[in-house]
Structures are given as structure tokens and as C-alpha cells.
Design a protein around this ligand. Sequence first.
Ligand code: PLP
Length: 368
Amino acid sequence: MRVPFFDLRVLDPDMRKELLEAINKVFDHGKLILGPEVDEFEKRVADFIGMKHAIGVASGSNALFLALKSLGIGPGDEVITTPLTWIITLNAIAECDAVPVCVDICDDFNIDPEKIEPAITKKTKAILPVHFTGHMCKMDRICSIAKKHNLFVIEDAAQAYGAKYKSKMAGSFSDVAAFSMNTMKVLSAYGEAGAVTTDSTELYEKIKMLRYTGTKSDPKKIITNECYYVSLNHKIDTMQAALLLVAMKHLPAKMKRRQEIADKYTQALSGLVKCPQTASGDVHAYYTYAIQADGRDQLQAYLNSKEIETKIYHVPLANKAPVHAKNMRYETPVAQRVLDRFLSIPAHEKITDEQVDFVIKTIQEYYQ
Ligand SMILES: Cc1ncc(COP(=O)(O)O)c(C=O)c1O
């Protein structure tokens, strides 16, 4: 039985109808850039995260870059982050001419808070935790370190829209947080999209300018060359915002189904492999369901031979990427061990119970 890792087709006729209606509405009003759906999308994101402001942008990468820029992270500043992430986390820091400082992680995939304080120097400006796979970092400890040392917190919540730590939303612990809503994410656009959230009205105004080449341009009023910051075009399409509004309606059902699948996997596989663990009061967004397994490569090959698609996020560790490796200060042995054992198995809402049972049975068979 084939079990795909992703299925990004829109096969449900009701969903397709809703999406096409949303597109038609945009065609009707013709405000293709920063149109009314963008305003509505931003309002909904801000309400959902529990922050005063959200700004829709073209991607999660743009969101992270603008979060850093808005806080004035610049040449020579150091930002402490994790090596277990997509490379964009480090690249966004480096694009600001700042220095990514990677410290080791815990075996829950996320930055080890106890490794942060020893890495702080006079140049450190921010801590940038990544909620990897949709599982939240230990934000209370991270925020208390940031407060003690007067550092900014910037959550890379690209994988964690809807996740919670001690009942508080991902993105609500930051000075500025960044989300991705690209096609693969749990809250997904139909292409690229992202958002930034903040409680600061001053930063909100600045990010809106940074999104529009550093000007106060607004397509509803005036497009101006009165430029206050050097910046590029980071705007979200109205079309993507319109489609995201539809996706938002379906998010609770999608998250519920992912949670059901995760529970099934955890119950059946815990004795064989290390499964994700979520403390009470936390919500895992299950961007992906990742196990840690001895002999991971052989397990992956076996699953592949049974047409079960799996993925490893992301080889090599970001601090070992050729462009960054030479500048790294710390060894990250836990991150390396976790990555060597890491395997994401199919857990998206479109797989059937039969497919979930087949994945479980195949993994059990492998260990027998
Ligand atoms: C941890 C992390 N940060 C940032 C991003 C960037 O998001 P996008 O692909 O929307 O640019 C991603 C995307 O997957 C990600 O996984």
C-alpha cells in the first residue's frame, strides 16, 4: 500500500469550491496587492496568536528576515539559535550581517536552554528558538534568560502555527515572531506565504514599511518613494491571503486529525522507537511526526521498499552547512545524534486509518 508523505492536491469538492469562490472574489474586486483579504488575514492571525499585530508577508523566510531587521539586528550582532532547523534560520541572521551562534539541543529536537547562557557575549542581541517539527521550545526558561540579559526573543514559529507551550500560543513569547504558511505547513497557503506577529505598535509600523521597500506606501492610498529604510519587496499576495482565510476555517479539523494520527503512532510505536512527547498544557502542531530510531537508515530503506515515504529534516545540521561551518564556536553532539536517528513518517490529515495501521504494522514487522 502506497503511503505518500505529502498530498497537496485539492480533491475534496467542497474545499475546492470554497477556494475557487475565494479566488473569484479577488478577481471581482481586483485589489491583488494588499487587498481586503490581507487585512482580514492579519486580523485573524493576530487574534489567534493573541498578539496585537500581524503582518502578512511573502514567505516564512521573509517573515524571519523582517523580524530580525525590525529589531535592528545588524553587523557584528550575535544571535543564539539551534543547529536543528532549516538553513534559512541561519541565513536570515547572516543576511542581516549578524552572526548565528548555534548551541546544542535537547533530545526533544529543540534548543537546550542551559546551553544559551554560557554562549552569551557582549555582542549577543537576541535568542532565536525554533519550534522544530511543531513542538514548542521551553519558552519560560528562554524568556527568563532573555530578560536577565536584556536580549530580544524571536521565535522561528515557521513549523508551529497553532502549537502551545503551557497553554500559550507559539509566537506569543516573542518581541517579534515569524511564521511560515507555505503549502507544506499545517496552516497552508497554495504557494508561498508567511506572517510576522508582535505586540509593539512601533515595530508593527516599521515592519509594514520594511515589507514595502522601506516606504509608507499603501496601495489604497499612495505608492511613494519616501523611503525610511533600505528594504525590498516582501508583500503577501491578496490571493494567498484569501486562500489562507479558507484554510483557517479548516485548521481545527486538520489539527484534530493530525493529533489522532500522532496518538495512534505514539501508542503503538513507543516501545520500539522514541516518539514525540508533549507535556500537559502543551499542544504539538505536528507539522511533522518524527521518531528517533536506532538503525534509522535501514528502517527508512525498509519502509521505502513497502512504498511508505519518509523524510529526514535536514541533513546536514545547519551549523555544518559549508557556508556556516567555519564560523561555529560550539560542538553540538546531541543535535548530531538526534539527526542521525531522525525519521519523519507520514502523518498528514489526508492519510486514512488503513494507511496509518499499515505504517504501524510495517514498523513493528521491521523490529521483529
Ligand atoms: C524552521 C523554519 N524556518 C523558516 C522557514 C521558512 O519558511 P518559508 O518556506 O515559508 O520561507 C521554514 C520553512 O519550512 C522552516 O522550516
